[in-house]
Design a protein. Sequence first.
Length: 115
Amino acid sequence: MTYLTKERLESALDDIIEYLKHPEKYTHKIERVVVLTQATEIRDSLINAKTAPTWQHIGTAPMDVLVDLLWEGKRFVDCNWDHICQEWRHMTHFNQLIFIKNPEYWMPTPPEKSE
């Protein structure tokens, strides 16, 4: 699968727009195939694109999975709900447990990138 960078996307869209404005310039079949292939790549990339997660009100947060929290303007990753203490918590890289009281927003924790 070919990933569309911003530059590649802009170039492909420019070609498609040019083709739509002046189809008479594209007399060779191969030129039309190239434009069609670019349009298909763009369509497939947009269909398969995952939307970036956005911050949601804390009242909608799931309490059975890890989430990222926004609290006092700081982002805390991989937080979980402590069912005993009835609070959100975060474990730092130094194994320090932080209880997060009244976070404002949450979002899903991004999946780990595979190499």
